[in-house]
Ligand binder design. Sequence first.
Ligand SMILES: *Cc1c(COP(=O)(O)O)cnc(C)c1O
Length: 426
Amino acid sequence: MKFRDEPGYAAELDRNDPLADYRHQFHIPRNQQGEEIYLCGNSLGLPPLSAERYVNEELQDWARFGVRGHFAARRPWMPYHELFSECTARLVGAEPLEVVNMNTLTVNLHLMMVSFYRPTPERNRILIERSAFPSDRYAAASQIRLRGYDPDTSLEELAPGGNRRVLDMEEIEAVIHAQGERLALVLLPGVQYSSGQAFDIGRLTRAAHAVGAVAGFDLAHATGNLPLQLHDWDVDFAVWCNYKYMNAGPGAVAGCFVHARHARAFELPRLAGWWGHDKSTRFHMDPEFVPMPGAEGWQISNPPILSLTPLLASLEIFEAAGMQRLREKSLQLTGYLEFLLDQRLSGAVEILTPRNPAERGCQLSLRISGSRSQAREIFSKLEKSGVTADWREPDVLRVAPVPLYNSFSDVYRFVNILESIISAAQ
Ligand SMILES: *Cc1c(COP(=O)(O)O)cnc(C)c1O
């Protein structure tokens, strides 16, 4: 991709952007100077304008119908979660049977491990990355203990060799191969939260299956960021949250995928609740649990309607924009950010995220040279200048231009501000 570093060029890119208008479907936070430069959709996405209307409609229907709202509401609450199946399936490359939105990410991860982590004395290891998101690690270690094993011997950690920051595929495949029959579960991210590295999910799944292990993925930073093909990649299970790139609000109800191969694996242990019961007989109130086939069979409780509603607003926008078109814009937007950083700040800012666009989503993780306290100082000056990005210890500045609501002008203004802060500090 060829870009130019000139005034007026970002505005030209924005004028030619077929997705530019989607920005107006979101609330962009403001400060005294106007709209913030919000580059933090990797942490909390912005609210769709329609989310507020939809939530109000649910409150109105509750007031109007009381309990009858389960059937009489304009979007009846009884089958409410089914409204999401088709668009969620399209978003992650799945069949509707394979997906459900329920609970929150770490809870879903536990539910999936209860069913799909089946340790035996010979095969009881879980492979995760050494720099895994802490919650995933706590979940995996606690599952190991719960089954009577010891994380010291059953939690296998993957770290890049030498002083590299990112793993390479051959390296991961070699570890999976070497672990062989001791490996029960490979639990890796779609996009690494700190480095922004995107993994080849299909290839990792094949490597896991080749040694007889289950392949599970945490797609917190991948869903809504990259096109996914979970069914075709043969992934066993995946979980994700809906508040990052999915823009469904703080603590939003999360997503879960279970491959159709396991849709009728009723012999698997699972933590059961009435909402996972076959819906044709759910209200017979029988003592025996009969699970629904597919991902819905892992539901426990009836869903929190008010927390699910913003996701409906968000999914409609994803459906209209299309994940493929969003990815095309994302490649441009992040490519432009990379270009400007290289052009202006190559000595002062190191890009930790892989340079190959196929190995990343929209986020770039940056390390600012100098001491940690100098870098933190630069981060706090960015905040004071109207830039919202985020900081991850020990030294990573994450910036994520999101194709749904960020513009090329946002990227251009961000680099100008960063450059002036860094040059003032020198
Ligand atoms: C954001 C994120 C989480 C958050 O977990 P919650 O259960 O939603 O609080 C977990 N894992 C990863 C990899 C994340 O990026």
